[in-house]
Design a protein around this ligand. Structure first.
Ligand SMILES: Nc1ncnc2c1ncn2[C@@H]1O[C@H](COP(=O)(O)OP(=O)(O)O)[C@@H](O)[C@H]1O
Ligand SMILES: [Mg+2]
Length: 252
């Protein structure tokens, strides 16, 4: 029934700490869906539960209760190799700090998800070159991470996250370590991938400018989703203003 959704979260709770010890409930009954081709932003102040939520969505962590359907599979029911397999096929992830392997070239970093799935070398190279061209990094494919800028590193990370054509791209503050120009370029690229290639994106951020690229924003506070903003036909600049207004009333 939920197979048409790329993400279906139902009543997610997350409590850190063992019973009898000091516990903290970071997520309190979170439910929402993401449709294929959507670009959703999750906004909230530091400590509101954004990373906890994203770690659960991307199967890096498990909820204390609730279900997490990604592309019609309840990932909370998957274990071990099956979970690793599912993650490798269906999920793309970009982090604030790029997480590139310094000893590998950009090309090798991007190829990694395919190599880990035992895709043949013959198929890997064209896939890497195609996504690299789409992200504007064809010229730096043979450079090492230490030889390229932060903006380029994040494009390499984005290429690595997308090369296996996952069901959804998750980002945890992916522009957090970038200068404003590189941040803008990355966001414009994500917008194009979403508009033209129907890449489903879920971006977690505390930055209203980044969030203004989403078509829908969920506001999380103390582990609860309190409010939703829809962009509709509004220009991004105007949506940005609306987000600022919302933050003014929401975060106090
Ligand atoms: N491993 C952990 N153990 C205990 N508490 C944690 C852990 N990770 C996060 N928390 C707490 O859960 C809350 C939400 O954290 P987090 O999801 O990182 O928020 P955000 O990403 O929005 O800043 C915070 O109060 C944080 O201190
Ligand atoms: Mg965080």
């Amino acid at each position: 029934m939920t197979a048409s959704k790329v993400v279906a979260l139902k009543d997610i709770n997350k409590t850190y700490g063992k019973a009898g010890q000091k516990q903290y409930q970071a997520l309190k009954g979170i439910s929402f869906d993401v449709e294929p081709g959507e670009f959703v932003g999750i906004m909230g102040a530091s400590g509101s539960g954004k990373t906890t939520l994203l770690n659960i969505l991307s199967t890096l962590d498990t909820p204390t209760s609730g279900s997490v359907d990604i592309n019609g599979t309840d990932v909370t029911k998957l274990k071990g190799d099956k979970l690793a397999d599912f993650r490798a096929k269906e999920i793309g992830f970009i982090f604030q700090d790029f997480n590139l392997l310094e000893s590998l070239t950009a090309r090798e970093n991007i190829a990694l998800p395919l190599a880990l799935q035992n895709v043949s070398t013959k198929k890997i190279q064209p896939a890497v070159e195609k996504i690299a061209a789409s992200l504007g990094i064809s010229a730096i494919l043979d450079s090492y991470p230490s030889e390229i800028s932060g903006g380029q590193k994040q494009r390499v990370a984005a290429a690595r996250a997308l090369v296996h054509e996952p069901a959804i791209l998750f980002g945890d503050e992916p522009t957090g370590a970038l200068d404003s120009q590189s941040a803008r370029e990355l966001l414009e690229t994500m917008k194009r991938l979403n508009d033209e290639d129907d890449v489903s994106i879920l971006l977690v951020t505390h930055d209203p400018f980044s969030a203004s690229y989403a078509k829908r924003i969920l506001f999380i506070k103390d582990g609860v989703i309190g409010k939703e903003l829809l962009r509709g036909d509004m220009p991004r600049e105007q949506f940005y203003g609306q987000i600022l207004d919302e933050l003014g009333t929401f975060q106090k």
